[in-house]
Ligand binder design. Structure first.
Ligand code: GDP
Length: 199
């Protein structure tokens, strides 16, 4: 947990060829736009505005790197699923994301953020399908869990778990999360720290 709190902005990248090389170990965060990804990163790092840097208009297609220490990075991937996106931007997004997820050697695991009220949308499945063949770990945060009753949240958790177990994503785990109520932080931190330690 404490190492996340030392996160500082490192760099933004808009093209696969500009990805920094030989950085060490990375954990990436992805999610539909508005799912709560920035809030989750800020909650996990205990920083109010860290990930919101990336929300400046015009910077939304960028990959943002946050440095934890000399060889560890959290990577904020561009949000996806905007209703009206020109096809050129969509193609740019697809290439940037698919290249990064499929070929990034230093990437240890993917944290996929989903609004608990709208899990497993087609673009979320697309992300799973790009990343799962690498065999690397995926952890889903069903965020905004505070928006549902405890019972309803647990039903969704079970449904998503069942889907993952019965599909082709055996390396995928899932948990409840709420940035608003600061719940699920410890469980998520344990998973992410485990990936970062696994050098
Ligand atoms: P992003 O586009 O995925 O980075 O999403 P944001 O982190 O900007 O969040 C989108 C909206 O959802 C904002 O209005 C947040 O305040 C809200 N939000 C994010 N996380 C939570 C949460 O855990 N609970 C609730 N109730 N709202 C949240």
């Amino acid at each position: 947990m404490s190492r996340f709190q030392n996160a500082t902005f490192y760099t933004s990248v808009n093209d696969t060829k500009d990805l920094p090389q030989h950085l060490g170990i990375e954990v990436a965060f992805a999610g539909r736009s508005n799912a709560g990804k920035s809030s989750a990163i800020n909650t996990l790092t205990n920083r109010n505005r860290l990930a919101f840097v990336s929300k400046t208009p015009g910077r939304t297609q960028q990959i943002n790197f946050f440095k934890l220490d000399t060889e560890q990075f959290l990577v904020d991937l561009p949000g996806y699923g905007y209703a009206k996106v020109p096809s050129s931007i969509r193609r740019h997004w697809e290439k940037l994301l698919s290249d990064y997820l499929q070929t990034r050697e230093s990437l240890r695991g993917l944290v996929l953020i989903m609004d608990i009220r709208h899990p497993l949308k087609s673009l979320d499945i697309q992300m799973l399908d790009w990343f799962a063949p690498t065999g690397k770990a995926i952890h889903i945060l069903l965020t905004k869990a505070d928006k549902l009753s405890k019972q309803q949240a647990n039903i969704t958790l079970k449904d998503v778990s069942l889907y993952l177990n019965s599909s082709t994503y055996p390396q995928c785990s899932v948990q409840l999360f709420s940035s608003l109520e600061a719940t699920g932080i410890e469980d998520a931190s344990i998973v992410i720290n485990g990936w970062l330690k696994n050098n």
